[in-house]
Each structure stands twice: as structure tokens, then as C-alpha cells.
Design a protein around this ligand. Structure first.
Ligand code: BDR
Ligand code: CA
Length: 310
């Protein structure tokens, strides 16, 4: 079993990624850390606890960063995509379980130091918690097994602006610090996630399960598909951004990668968060990032659907 810390900004596709990860027997979830992004960090923590309650899971939730690494907040709450509450306006009550009293950065450092070489970080929100952890404990670079990041658009256009993907745009300085650190990274960006579409007819089938979890995830995912329909009228369904990062850990053969050196635009307002990728000959260069450029979308979708709701 792979030891995992999942870092989220829950979010609808984050919720789906949490369900997928909790239901993946290859993964041992040490904890779920939270960050601002789709919503505030308080809302991300609350939503994560609510999702875990629906999953009957007692995985600890540890709150993290509420603002970017090195500048004032840039990105607004993604109400049009994730709803007012971040989970497609499905929130009916506050969670019964509290979050841990620890901080995400501290939790990451402690867990990785306790079991060097064994912990994989799956980051599906802005990279703030990891950038802060690396600043405090640079040795993480050689002590994590790998970092799998949902973020960026290296060979394709952005989603939050034509130049940038939402997670990188929300904290470009954190992304740049992480990419430059030399930590082993697999980048699961829009290059591949926009090819992983979940169609409405599959979500409708979830309701046949007749469980609270199935209805909860179907309600929020239908909201998400509605948002996709208004933004991208030509595509059928919604992109499974964050679940694909989980899949890249449970079975790396879902994706194909190329080694690249990445740099993030930190100055120009118009192209803030844009990633420039230079392909490398081999992956032995210190700042080489394994960038996903192909995905077996059909096999991944089948795998995701077999696990998201049991
Ligand atoms: C990413 O941004 C967020 O809106 C999603 O949860 C995902 O992590 C996609 O660009
Ligand atoms: Ca996310």
C-alpha cells in the first residue's frame, strides 16, 4: 500500500478525488490537508469533513494555508463552477467531526520525516502548503517518494485565463518554488485532464445505487456538468481533473509523461501563472518534472466509475 497525503481545496472534483482515493485499496490515506482555492480554507476543510462523513471515513483532516505563499490573494472563489458552498450547493448541515488541531504544513513535514521515502503527496489545489513545507524543511525534497500535482497547462490553453490553469494561477509563486525545488514531480495538468470527461448519463446511473453517498455525489456532479455546459458548450460532461491525479498514483500506466524544465510567469498580469515548459533529453536533470502528455481516458474513466461509489 502506498502512503498518501492528499492536499485539497474541496471543490466538486476534489470531492470525487477524495471518494476515489478512499475507495482505492492501493492507497493508505495518512491524512487530507486543506488549502484555499476553489473556496476559502475554512470552507475547504468543512467540505472535506462532510465528504468523508458521507464516505464513513475517519481519515484526519488538517487545515492549511488560507492565502498565497508570497502575495495577496489573486483568484476569486469559483462560485460559477463549484457553487456557493463549493460542493454544488448540496450542503445541508455542518460536519459532526472536527478537523485536527494541527497545521497542514506541520503534518506534511512530520509524516514525511517519520517515514522517509515512503510518502506520496497528491496535490489537487494551489501548491501553497507544499511551498511552505519546503521552505521550513528543504530536506523534504529527498524524503518524499513523489509529488503528484493536478495543476498547470503546459501544452494547452489555460482555464481560469487563456494562459493559466486555476491551481497554478491561485498561487504562482508556490508553483514556481515547488517546480524549482528538485522534488520528484509528476504534473497532471489540463494537457491530460481536459481529455477525461465524465458524461451526464454515467452520473444519472449513480442514483440507481439508492444510497446517500450516491445521491450526494450525483447532485454536486450534475451541478459541475451544468457549469461545464455553459463554459464549454461543445464538450460532453465535466473534466475529472483531481481524480486523474489519484489515478496517476494507483496506476501510473494511465498516463504517459515527458521530462521538462518548467518556469512559471510571476510578473506579467495578463499571463500570470503561465507555464513555459522545455523538454529535456533525460529525466536526470535536477529540476526535471515528469509532465503528463497522454492519458488512456477510456480505461481511466472505467476505473474511476468502478470505485467512486461502491
Ligand atoms: C483545478 O482547479 C480547481 O477548480 C479544480 O478543483 C482542479 O483542482 C482544475 O484547473
Ligand atoms: Ca482542486
Amino acid at each position: 500500500m502506498k502512503k498518501i497525503i492528499l492536499d485539497v481545496d474541496t471543490g466538486i472534483d476534489d470531492s470525487l478525488a477524495i471518494a476515489y482515493a478512499v475507495h482505492s485499496p492501493e492507497l493508505q490515506l495518512l491524512g487530507i490537508t486543506t488549502c484555499f482555492g476553489n473556496v476559502s480554507v475554512e470552507e475547504a476543510t468543512r467540505n472535506t469533513l462532510v465528504v468523508l462523513e458521507h464516505l464513513d471515513s475517519t481519515v484526519p483532516v488538517i487545515p492549511g494555508a488560507g492565502k498565497p505563499f508570497a502575495r495577496n490573494p489573486i483568484k476569486k472563489k469559483a462560485v460559477h463552477i463549484h457553487g456557493e458552498d463549493g460542493i454544488g450547493n448540496t450542503l445541508t448541515s455542518e460536519p459532526n467531526t472536527p478537523a485536527q488541531r494541527d497545521h497542514a504544513v506541520n503534518f506534511m513535514i512530520q509524516q514525511v520525516n517519520k517515514q522517509p521515502g515512503e510518502v506520496t503527496l497528491i496535490m489537487v489545489g494551489p501548491l501553497t502548503n507544499l511551498a511552505l513545507a519546503l521552505k521550513e524543511e528543504p530536506e523534504l525534497v529527498s524524503r518524499v517518494e513523489r509529488v503528484v500535482i493536478m495543476g498547470g497547462a503546459v501544452t494547452v490553453r489555460g482555464n481560469v485565463t487563456p494562459h493559466a490553469e486555476a491551481n497554478v494561477y491561485a498561487d504562482p509563486d508556490a508553483a514556481e518554488a515547488v517546480f524549482r525545488s528538485g522534488i520528484p514531480i509528476t504534473l497532471v495538468g489540463l494537457d491530460v485532464t481536459m481529455k477525461t470527461l465524465l458524461p451526464l448519463e454515467e452520473v444519472v446511473k449513480w442514483r440507481e445505487k439508492g444510497t446517500k453517498l450516491a445521491d450526494f455525489l450525483a447532485d454536486m456532479t450534475e451541478f459541475y456538468i451544468g457549469a461545464y455546459k455553459s463554459i464549454y458548450p461543445s464538450i460532453k460532461g465535466c473534466a475529472l481533473h483531481d481524480p486523474l491525479a489519484v489515478a496517476a498514483v494507483t496506476d501510473p500506466s494511465f498516463v504517459k509523461t515527458v521530462p521538462m524544465r518548467l518556469s512559471v510567469e510571476l510578473q506579467a498580469t495578463e499571463s500570470l501563472g503561465h507555464i513555459e515548459g522545455i523538454q529535456l533529453d533525460g529525466s536526470d536533470e535536477e529540476q526535471s518534472v515528469d509532465v503528463c502528455i497522454e492519458v488512456d481516458a477510456e480505461r481511466f474513466l472505467e476505473h474511476f466509475l468502478s470505485r467512486v461509489i461502491l
